[in-house]
Each structure stands twice: as C-alpha cells, then as structure tokens.
Design a protein around this ligand. Structure first.
Ligand SMILES: NC(=O)c1ccc[n+]([C@@H]2O[C@H](COP(=O)([O-])OP(=O)(O)OC[C@H]3O[C@@H](n4cnc5c(N)ncnc54)[C@H](OP(=O)(O)O)[C@@H]3O)[C@@H](O)[C@H]2O)c1
Length: 225
C-alpha cells in the first residue's frame, strides 16, 4: 500500500513511515522545509516538499496522485490560534479536497479527544484547538472519501507494548506513540474499519484485535474501495 503522510517530518509522521516500511508498505512524507529531507529518508519515507498553507488543492493533489491513502498528522503545535485555524482546520479541508481530486480513496485524520482537558483552565488557545479539530472532523465526515478519524489520548514517547483500547467513546488517558502508529498501520489495512470516529488509548487489547473489534462493533459501512 502507498501512503501519503501530511506532517511527514513530525514525530508521528516519521514513526509512521518507519512502521509502514517495516510492514512492506511505501510511505511518502510531505514536509515543508527542505532541510527535513534526510530525516524523512532516515525514517524510511520518501520525501515530498509541500506546504498546506502555500499550496492549493491542485498542487497537493499532484503530490498525492498514485497513493492509496492519505494520513493527516500535521499540526500547528502551539504556534498560535491563526496557525491552528490554517493547519489543523483549513489544512484538513484542503487536503481532503486534494485527495478527492487525486482519486486517493482513503483519508485518515489524526484528531484529538473532543473534550480533551477542557475545563482545566488551559486557556482560549486550547479551546480554539479543540474547536478547530472538531470542525475538521465534521468537514471530513461530509466528504465521499473512505475517511477514518482517530482520536489518540495524550501521546507519550517510549516503546509501546502492542496493546491499546480502541472504541467509540473512551475515557481519555495516555497512549504510546509507537502503539498509535501501529494502530494506524493496522487500520489502514482493514477494509472493514472506515467512516467512523475511533478513540485510542493505552489498554489491554492486542492492536490487530482492537481494530477488528471496532470494525465489528460499527458493522458494515458504506465504502468505495
Ligand atoms: N501531542 C498530543 O498529545 C496529541 C494528542 C492528540 C492528538 N495530537 C495530534 O497529533 C498530530 C501529530 O502530532 P505530532 O506530535 O506528530 O506533531 P508534530 O511533531 O508537531 O508534527 C506536526 C508536523 O506538521 C507539520 N506542519 C505544520 N504546518 C504545516 C504546513 N503548513 N504544511 C505542511 N506541514 C506542516 C510540521 O512541520 P514542521 O516540522 O515544518 O513544523 C510538523 O512536522 C497533530 O495533529 C496533533 O494535533 C497530538
């Protein structure tokens, strides 16, 4: 499978390229800074220069052409509310439009728990982040893509243990980044798990079984692939 990662130089993006490569897949990592080229190659990905703000949907579509899936793992990461709107919000909209134009059927969005840490006085920037993430989810669910929205718990570094909890409404806890990326690889390869929002935290279930369980619990979905 050929996967196009938006946010390819980011922490999740690079880990995902490595996990996809180990699985026998091909990962293209989109990055906006030419100096990130080697980091993506070192992670096992094929670098592709692109910017969600500077490039329109047509330009992004030509980069995506020929891939089977897009994974959106870009994020403004504390650079202010305007950037959050442009990257985590409008960036998703533009990337989804580009995927449709390019004929890429699958689109997996890394989102966030809808009420993550709200009400804990984290400030207006954080409330804005959550609002924008929710808005991007809504936009994606209204497309004809085979979308999958993955809401990870608080991301932790360090080795995973190959186990998670995955479901439609979980209590938010942490999740190891390694376990999240393996969940994503498994989900991308599951033709049963599509057009659903799934939350992922640390937990007791082997990852392949967790993907299968959510697919069973959501039943047959309208898929185009
Ligand atoms: N941290 C958590 O606990 C947590 C929890 C839930 C969800 N998430 C979500 O998980 C996702 C991935 O997280 P992460 O830790 O991998 O983040 P990260 O390391 O900050 O990676 C994000 C990547 O997005 C890229 N990016 C930003 N603006 C861009 C643009 N205009 N065009 C193209 N690429 C752009 C960044 O590029 P540069 O390297 O050039 O800056 C960066 O490489 C994010 O969407 C985040 O919101 C995180």
């Amino acid at each position: 499978m050929k996967v196009f990662i938006i946010g390819g130089a980011g922490d999740i993006g690079r880990r995902l390229a490595t996990a996809l490569r180990a699985n026998g897949d091909i990962a293209t990592g989109m990055h906006r800074d030419a100096q990130q080229h080697d980091a993506i190659e070192d992670a096992g990905g094929i670098p592709a220069l692109g910017d969600l703000i500077e490039h329109g949907a047509d330009a992004l579509a030509s980069l995506m052409a020929g891939h089977d899936a897009v994974v959106f793992s870009a994020g403004a990461h504390g650079t202010g509310t305007d950037m959050t709107t442009l990257i985590d919000g409008k960036g998703v909209e533009r990337a989804a439009e580009a995927a449709s134009l390019a004929g890429v059927p699958q689109f997996l969005l890394i989102s966030a728990f809808a009420d993550s840490e709200r009400g804990r006085g984290l400030g207006e920037d954080f409330e804005h982040y959550i609002r924008v993430k929710r808005g991007a989810e809504v936009v994606l669910t209204r497309t004809d893509l085979d979308w999958l929205i993955v809401r990870p718990g608080h991301l932790l570094p360090g080795a995973g243990d190959g186990r998670v909890s995955a479901g439609l409404a979980l209590r938010e806890t942490d999740v190891r980044r390694e376990d999240l990326v393996h969940f994503i690889v498994e989900a991308l390869h599951s033709s049963e798990l599509t057009r659903v929002i799934v939350e992922v935290t640390a937990g007791p279930t082997p990852i392949a079984e967790a993907v299968a369980q959510v697919a069973r619990s959501t039943g047959p979905r309208p898929i185009s692939r």
